[in-house]
Ligand binder design. Structure first.
Ligand code: ATR
Length: 273
């Protein structure tokens, strides 16, 4: 039986084991997928021990950069992300690193009908979450503006990705006079119950996506966006299921149908499980 796990700290809240169980049922695969609480000190050694038996792993916070450093083979999107959310053991024992967050986001935007070429996209944040998704978004011909509290970090990312498409930065004052087709929250502010107070004029004329999700309720950013007149909002649960689907495809060679799994997960979360 192929063995997999998601590694993170904390990890108890992770939906990944349930998602991969549903993928396995759907595709008729007999596999084991568990949650592993990574140890800050011994993460590398524990992961190496896991891979003596296992075929693959998902990696979540705070280990994406450390997993990236452990691998010896990389997808192009992973190299550009400089962070890894999916590891696969190759036939020769080497670890191959991928990052499926960006394609997962693109697939979810496409599901919503929000991924049209040449549209103007505002991304809030210039941390690891943003870097993880920029390459696939640029490949999907999104014209990206980065806004970040610390402008220098946005400038560094915009320069790094300038060869791959249209990407620029904006300061707060410059945002007010612009309009966007899509606004994406990629900051970690929601974890503190906070949000970037994007002007209402921008939110009301755009679709609004939060890469985070919160069980049973809207994320702080989506609550704020709706209060400011945003009519079309989505949290990142669909991104989570889609990034998992691309990891499953890398390991098992078949891309699961995301829609029924997302619907099942939503039902279960509403029921409180
Ligand atoms: P992640 O991997 O989740 O992206 P990260 O790399 O630490 O985590 O990045 C967090 C992002 O949230 C950054 O864009 C950060 O802005 P700074 O670069 O200015 O730190 C943003 N963020 C976190 N707390 C914030 C706050 N209180 N106000 C505005 N932005 C914040």
């Amino acid at each position: 039986m192929n063995q997999y796990a998601v590694w993170g700290n904390p990890i108890a809240q992770s939906k990944s084991p349930r998602i991969h169980q549903l993928f396995a049922e759907q595709t008729g695969r007999n596999l084991q997928y568990i949650a592993k609480l990574g140890d800050e000190t011994n993460f590398e050694a524990e992961l190496a021990a896991f891979f003596t038996q296992a075929k693959g792993a998902n990696i979540t916070a705070p280990f994406k950069n450390r997993a990236f450093a452990i691998a010896t083979q990389y997808s192009e999107r992973c190299l550009l992300a400089e962070a890894c959310n999916t590891l696969k053991k190759l036939a020769d024992g080497q670890l191959y690193a991928d990052n499926t967050d960006g394609v997962g986001l693109c697939a979810d935007l496409a599901r919503l009908g929000w991924l049209k070429p040449n549209q103007k996209m505002l991304i809030l944040g210039a941390g690891g979450a943003t870097q993880g998704v920029l390459f696939p978004l640029l490949q999907a011909k999104q014209q990206i503006t980065l806004y970040n509290r610390t402008p220098e970090k946005a400038v560094i990312l915009a320069e790094k990705f300038a060869n791959y498409g249209q990407i620029q930065t904006a300061c707060w004052e410059e945002l007010v006079n612009q309009s966007f087709d899509v606004i994406i929250n990629a900051t970690s502010l929601g974890l503190q119950g906070k949000y970037v107070p994007v002007p209402a004029s921008l939110l009301a004329s755009s679709v609004v996506y939060d890469m985070q999700y919160a069980p049973h309720q809207d994320t702080p950013f989506l609550r704020y966006a709706k209060s400011q007149g945003a009519k079309h909002c989505s949290d990142g649960l669909g991104m989570l299921v889609n990034q998992a689907a691309f990891a499953f495809e890398l390991w098992e060679g078949v891309l699961p149908d995301v829609a029924p799994v997302l619907a099942q997960l939503q039902t279960e979360m509403e029921a409180g499980s």
